[in-house]
Design a protein around this ligand. Structure first.
Ligand SMILES: Cc1cc2nc3c(=O)[nH]c(=O)nc-3n(C[C@H](O)[C@H](O)[C@H](O)COP(=O)(O)O)c2cc1C
Length: 488
């Protein structure tokens, strides 16, 4: 699969894509998407959108469910959630960069618009949520920037709102790579070159949302996963490499905010609120608008939790945390998973306790590693290795039965959050004090008397196995929930 169209073809052949005709860009597409995402329904491709020619399409609800995520990242359908997290962790450990391949032509060059021909409203961009401050063309976007010092090319997903027919604004949280890069240009009173892709190979989108370390190229990682370099075309004015098979790309320059910045937001965000309200944000003046014939805008607008706005399987958070814990020398980590809004807020680490303080050491490190996003990693829970960290009910059972709240819950203030955090009180927000406390819950059996802890009242694995074998007919077509591996 090399582009969005290949991806849609696979979904269509599996009966997991539905065509919707005659919807209105103004709240109708957004609400249909929300209703379908809540129902874990199929992907949606909107055509004949009100006021737009046939063929100018919007596609949504591709990544709110496991089917889309597994397809994009190449995980086999039968793989459990925790196995996917472990698989992604292992892939990252073996990462060897495969750089992009420069080509001179590709489908994205079917229409190249400059100067007076640029009109971003040509793309049927939805107003997704009732209180959105504008039409957000960038919800499933990849935004490409280059570090002026090293030449390293980054891409990340940061929301993009249309300001006028040649101007876009982009909200990038503090600490994100594009934020750091653009500030470097502005410090020298230069405009930052930017390319924004609004529909592309789903692997590129997936990778765009991952917290790769500073200096690691998303293009190189995508090439490594595919086993071949991603084909890119270099945009003449900005010099930035854009995917040759993308659907829609806007290239231009972001001037220092003192020169131009505009009112952005509110936007229905991933925690389920409009928390940032209206802010003044940097803009991009578009110099070239590329699009394929009959372009498809990819939309991944947030939907109120528990719908997953990010990924249902937290490879964007859990795999990285697991990796970092192991690399920092923590022994006997059996599994890491992250639950809650965006699968970013409640981290669970399952471990075999080897020494006094082991669980606390792991938890405090996890708290430090999981930072940098709105309320990311606010709760860190450690559990024994008999608990499947991806099974939230089981984790809660451990919290309710193994954690003495008087002794094993710590609340530590002062970690970085972001303006998107809904619990920031108005005073803190006014002072731009974007910090949060973190809660550490040790739900492992207390180390010093763990051997005296009451035994668990479940049949052991051997007994279960033999009973299942003997009573095979009884259990025919009666299976455990598919997301979880039960190893006990
Ligand atoms: C659908 C979606 C929308 C996102 N929107 C934003 C956003 O508007 N601003 C932001 O700073 N991060 C946003 N993120 C998170 C970033 O994409 C993510 O942190 C990514 O790692 C950033 O890339 P970077 O590490 O290269 O900066 C979003 C993630 C997803 C999945």
């Amino acid at each position: 699969m090399d582009d969005l169209r290949d991806f849609l073809e696979v979904l269509k052949n599996q009966g997991k894509l539905r065509v919707v005709n005659n919807a209105d860009w103004d709240l109708e597409i957004g609400t249909i998407n929300e209703l379908m995402a809540e129902r874990q329904g199929p992907g949606l491709i909107f055509d004949n959108i009100k006021g737009y020619p046939q063929g100018f399409r919007v596609v949504t609800n591709l990544m709110h469910h496991r089917v889309g995520q597994k397809l994009a990242f190449g995980f086999p359908e039968e793989m459990s959630d925790l196995e996917c997290v472990a698989n992604w962790k292992d892939k990252l450990n073996k990462f060897t960069p495969i750089p992009p391949v420069e080509v001179t032509d590709g489908p994205i060059k079917q229409n190249v618009l400059t100067k007076d021909d640029i009109d971003i409203y040509k793309i049927p961009t939805p107003k997704w949520h009732t209180l959105d401050g504008g039409r957000y063309i960038g919800t499933g976007v990849i935004t490409i920037t280059r570090d002026p010092d090293t030449g390293w090319v980054n891409f990340g997903t940061y929301r993009v709102m249309i300001q006028d027919k040649t101007t876009l604004s982009f909200y990038v949280s503090p600490g994100k790579h594009a934020n750091i890069m653009r500030e470097k240009y502005w410090a020298k009173n230069k405009s930052c070159p930017v390319a924004m892709c609004f529909g592309q190979d789903m692997l590129l989108f997936g990778i765009s949302t991952l917290p790769l370390p500073w200096g690691m190229s998303e293009y190189d990682l995508a090439g490594y996963i595919k086993g071949k370099g991603i084909e890119v075309i270099v945009d003449e004015e900005t010099g930035l490499p854009i995917p040759a098979t993308a659907e829609i790309v806007a290239c231009g320059f972001s001037p220092p905010p003192e020169e131009d910045s505009r009112s952005e937001g509110p936007f229905g965000e991933w925690q389920g609120y409009y928390a940032t309200g209206k802010l003044s944000e940097p803009v991009v003046h578009v110099r070239t608008l590329y699009h394929r014939d009959n372009p498809i805008l990819f939309g991944q607008p947030p939907v109120k939790p528990p719908v997953n706005t990010w990924f249902p399987i937290p490879i964007h958070s859990a795999s990285y945390l697991w990796n970092r814990l192991e690399k920092s020398g923590m022994m006997d980590i059996k599994g890491v998973y992250v639950h809650g809004p965006g699968n970013r807020v409640i981290a669970v680490i399952s471990l075999k306790q080897r020494y006094l303080g082991h669980a606390k050491q792991v938890a405090t490190l996890a708290g430090a590693f999981l930072q940098g996003g709105a309320c990311t990693g606010r709760y860190i829970i450690t559990v024994d290795d008999d608990i499947d960290p991806s099974n939230f009910d089981e984790v809660m059972w451990a919290v309710c039965t193994r954690c003495d709240p008087e002794k094993y819950i710590d609340i530590v203030p002062g970690f970085l959050t972001s303006p998107l955090d809904p619990i920031l009180n108005p005073d803190k927000r006014e002072r731009e004090n974007y910090t949060t406390a973190k809660v550490f819950i040790n739900a492992c059996r207390p180390y010093h008397w763990k051997d005296k802890f009451p035994p668990v009242n479940t049949a052991g694995p051997e007994l279960k196995k033999s009973i299942l074998k003997k009573w095979k007919d009884l259990f025919e077509n009666v299976s455990l929930p598919t997301n979880h591996i039960i190893t006990r």
